[in-house]
Ligand binder design. Structure first.
Ligand code: PBG
Length: 334
């Protein structure tokens, strides 16, 4: 036998040498939850290890600083409010929790942390949908274009607070164009857009909806989020978002959609591609390890490297700090 693939697997060092997916904390984004009216922080039951942070709290500032010490410099902020309405107007309150948290980060830590703010209304509406409902011929539909008007106002409120990137996650048609136009009109030409371009209607969002109380009160999200059975449609969604001015595009969830990540990367190699390793994927790792079926750290590393191998340039993950500190220790389970 001349060709023996096992030669490249003979030891740790050679395996590392020829490895092709490299996990760099600088390519991770840590999701951060902000709790309205909170002083310190409180644990999120559905996401063990994660907390809601008060928008002006020293705990928030410490958390961000601690992440940056580990090399994680990018953050994706989410929040919700107790008072909710049909249009999700609390989402563009200039004194809202996300807006206040961004101001706190800027005041205490300056412009070094890269701040992304999720833009959606599901956690600010009394019905839990990502868009504004309207009755048409006796049926409730989510009114796409009415929703865009709300999104535009939210985007401007985030920009005013000092965000770096707006991350629209509501899957309304034309959302990137509407937000880009609103930002530019107000002079925020430097604020970028990371578009949730191919976001699937997924059962993997369960723990997140618990964290934000954002589950739909009626119906489901299948009239706006994508059908898991359609892969190629992701190319259309990504193409549209890039044409509309997205700076970064995203596939979400990650693990059950690795093929979609690869499709997008092959077709648009020049576009920065993020993959969202979502809350249910995070929960699976914990549940498997709690059941004694896998080592938490090894499972997590295999998943994160798989997402990178599939073609993601950026990984949004609840594991960001664990992964960064293991990487710093030189932990290599492979
Ligand atoms: C809001 C939003 C969701 C997630 C990110 N932004 C939930 C949803 O669409 O129901 C999910 C993130 C996760 O599960 O980690 N539209």
């Amino acid at each position: 036998m001349r060709i023996r693939p096992r030669r490249l697997r003979a030891g740790r060092t050679v395996r590392r040498l020829v490895s092709q997916a490299i996990l760099d904390p600088g390519h991770l984004i840590l999701p951060v939850f902000i709790g309205e009216g909170l002083q310190g922080r409180e644990p999120i039951e559905s996401l063990p290890g994660h907390y809601r942070y008060g928008p002006g709290s020293p705990e928030l500032v410490d958390y961000i600083s601690e992440a940056m010490e580990l090399g994680v410099n990018s953050f994706l902020l989410f929040s919700s409010t107790r008072l909710k309405d049909r249009m999700g107007t609390p989402a563009y309150n200039r004194k809202g929790p996300v807006q206040e948290a961004v101001r706190t980060i800027r005041r205490e830590l300056g412009w070094e942390p890269l701040v992304f703010t999720d833009l959606c209304i599901c956690s600010y509406t009394d019905h839990g949908h990502c868009g504004v409902p309207r009755e048409v011929n006796g049926r409730i539909v989510i009114d796409n274009d009415e929703t865009l008007r709300v999104y535009s106002r939210i985007a401007v409120s985030h920009a005013e607070a000092g965000t770096d990137f707006i991350a629209p996650s509501g899957m309304m048609d034309g959302q990137v164009a509407a937000i880009r136009e609103a930002l530019d009109k107000e002079g925020y030409t430097g604020v970028g857009i990371m578009a949730y371009s191919a976001k699937y209607a997924s059962a993997f969002y369960g723990p997140f909806r618990g964290a934000l109380d954002s589950a739909p009160r009626f119906g489901d999200r299948r009239t706006y989020q994508m059908d898991p059975r359609r892969g190629m449609e992701a190319l259309r969604e990504v193409e549209l978002d890039l044409e509309e001015g997205a700076d970064i595009v995203m596939v979400k969830p990650a693990l059950a959609y690795l093929d979609v990540i690869r499709l997008v990367k092959d077709r648009f190699p020049w576009a920065p591609l993020a993959a969202y390793n979502v809350s249910g994927e995070y929960a699976m790792v914990r549940l498997m390890s709690e059941a004694g079926l896998a080592d938490y750290r090894v499972l997590m590393m295999e998943i994160l490297h798989s997402i990178i191998r599939a073609g993601a340039d950026i990984v949004i993950t609840y594991h960001a700090l664990e992964a960064a500190s293991l990487a710093r220790e030189g932990f290599d389970p492979f």
